[in-house]
Write a protein that binds this ligand. Structure first.
Ligand SMILES: CC(C)(COP(=O)(O)OP(=O)(O)OC[C@H]1O[C@@H](n2cnc3c(N)ncnc32)[C@H](O)[C@@H]1OP(=O)(O)O)[C@@H](O)C(=O)NCCC(=O)NCCS
Length: 247
């Protein structure tokens, strides 16, 4: 499966907006969440109804980071962006065709942005998984077989690759885990893996799955129906902070 890419430290500028809108780019940004936390806990940049997430500082900070980033792509201000959520909780911008998806673990978030189409991102931290065999039982038979035929020392890595691809795809289609894990497979081809449309939603364009490596034990994947080159990786936070862990 695909190997490491590094995050560019370029700031989000109008150039990113133009490139995403006119060249089919898919951008993925890493954000160091403490940088987006509000020490007062009030989070004025969030919509009033959204401020209940302040009880979870990482969640609130992710919302602030999403607004900060998307405002630059939309040519707006963070507090002015308006969102709606789909039936399973997928957030979407109301006044813009831009697609985005976010995932957070501990103090890091990944935010993916594209001009259009279904888009999902998932970020995980590789940790010891004594329950690996039990989780694998929930996967598609082709995924289970691949893991079972892999040397034990590599199984956890392979599992995380499959899991992040899977969650990214499920976030792209907007159902999340409610769709189930065993009804489609994300293995079979290399690097840019395409999931056939009919197995996720009838008639939809296939999703391209991209593996990302964010450094250390962090793994991620992006699912997009834009037939793009590999996603472009950027750091929304200073690079020296974007190497965070769970400590
Ligand atoms: C979406 C889901 C996979 C996220 O899993 P996770 O690994 O815990 O969390 P992540 O950090 O990767 O992603 C969270 C973000 O995904 C987005 N999200 C939530 N629901 C989503 C959905 N259905 N589709 C796409 N994205 C979704 C939101 O931005 C969310 O951030 P928030 O918590 O601030 O709202 C999981 O919550 C899920 O399956 N939800 C679907 C609904 C569901 O089955 N709920 C169960 C009770 S009905």
């Amino acid at each position: 499966m695909a190997e490491a890419q590094t995050f560019s430290t370029a700031p989000a500028t109008p150039r990113h907006r133009i490139e995403v809108l006119y060249s089919n780019a898919v951008d993925v940004w890493v954000a160091w969440l403490p940088q987006f936390q509000d020490a007062t806990g009030r989070y004025p940049v969030l919509a009033p109804a959204e401020r209940k997430v302040a009880a979870d500082p990482a969640r609130a900070a992710t919302r602030v980071a999403i607004r900060t980033l998307l405002a630059r792509y939309c040519g707006s201000t963070p507090a002015d962006l308006r969102f709606k959520t789909g039936p399973f909780g997928k957030p979407e911008l109301i006044d813009s065709p831009l697609s985005f998806s976010a995932s957070r673990r501990c103090n890091l978030a990944l935010i993916a942005v594209a001009a259009k189409g279904r888009l999902g991102v998932d970020l995980e931290i590789s940790r010891p998984l004594p329950e690996l065999d039990g989780i694998c039982a929930m996967l598609h038979p082709a995924e289970r077989a691949l893991i079972a035929n892999t040397p034990r020392a590599r199984r956890k890595y392979l599992f995380y690759r499959i899991w992040t691809r899977k969650e990214a795809a499920l976030k792209a289609i907007g159902t999340g885990l409610a769709f189930g894990l065993d009804g489609f497979s994300v293995v079979g081809e290399q690097i840019c893996n395409r999931v056939a449309g009919p197995c996720l939603t009838a008639g939809a364009a296939p999703l391209a799955l991209h593996d990302l490596t964010c450094g250390g034990n962090w793994l991620a994947a992006v699912a997009t129906e834009i037939d793009a080159a590999r996603p472009r990786l950027f750091a929304l936070s200073p690079p020296e902070t974007a190497q965070g862990d769970c400590s």
